[in-house]
Design a protein around this ligand. Structure first.
Ligand code: NI
Ligand code: MN
Length: 226
């Protein structure tokens, strides 16, 4: 599966021939200044929660691409109120089928409010099931025992976990999360964007390697096969 990293927690995955874009935060991100938002096309935009650093560019990309927003009910409804009604609302524990595969919306321990102060529902993560790969994007979350349920739902090929600490779990907790979800291949996100979440890359990678797991840190704009 082809995955492109756009910085912070933003990435695109080609799944079942469709372009899935996750948590687009590009134009306000100094570290992603070489990425042109207007060039990004998506068939689906998946939003883990309502914070600005996860959806700043969602509306322009959704409009440009006529993309379907997949998120919790409150966020999908908010987009409808803002003039983009092509959405699929979900809530925790629910699974839905799409033309690229299936999506399950799972728990995250965090907060969620929309840019204008509207209640953003409860934050979540996604498990994406497809013919090419099954993966978990945790969104913004603390380490939580709920992650122990994930191996019952899915045999993961890889997972995307926040590792920047302060607002989410740090890499030490992400290693425990990787154990809970029984996954050895982790793409780290939500680090280095702001001074609060700067991390030492080598130290984090070594900590994963010590327990036989791989921490992948991609360059902004880089594409890799997973
Ligand atoms: Ni957040
Ligand atoms: Mn965040």
């Amino acid at each position: 599966m082809e995955l492109t990293y756009y910085g912070h927690s933003t990435f695109a995955a080609k799944v079942g021939g469709k372009n899935l874009l996750f948590d687009p935060f590009i134009s306000p991100n100094e570290k992603a200044k070489n990425i042109k938002v207007e060039d990004i096309r998506a068939d689906y935009i998946l939003l883990s929660h309502g914070h600005q650093d996860h959806m700043a560019d969602a509306m322009p990309i959704a409009k440009n691409s006529d993309a379907m927003i997949i998120s919790n009910y409150e966020i999908v409804s908010w987009f409808g109120g803002q003039g983009h009604s092509k959405g699929h609302p979900m809530n925790h524990g629910g699974k839905a089928s799409f033309d690229f595969g299936q999506v399950k919306y799972v728990n995250a321990i965090h907060s969620s409010v929309l840019p204008d102060g509207t209640y953003g529902g409860n934050p979540g993560g996604f498990i994406v099931y497809s013919e090419e790969a099954t993966f978990y994007f945790a969104g913004d979350t603390a380490l939580t025992l709920d992650m122990q349920l994930i191996p019952r739902f899915a045999k993961l090929d890889f997972a995307i976990l926040p590792i920047g600490d302060n607002f989410t779990m740090g890499y030490e907790d992400a290693i425990i999360a990787a154990e809970f979800i029984q996954c050895d291949k982790i793409l780290g996100v939500h680090y280095d964007t702001f001074p609060y979440i700067e991390i030492e890359h080598q130290k984090a990678k070594e900590a994963f390697a010590t327990v036989g797991k791989e921490l992948i840190l991609m360059e902004v704009g880089e594409t890799r096969n997973f």
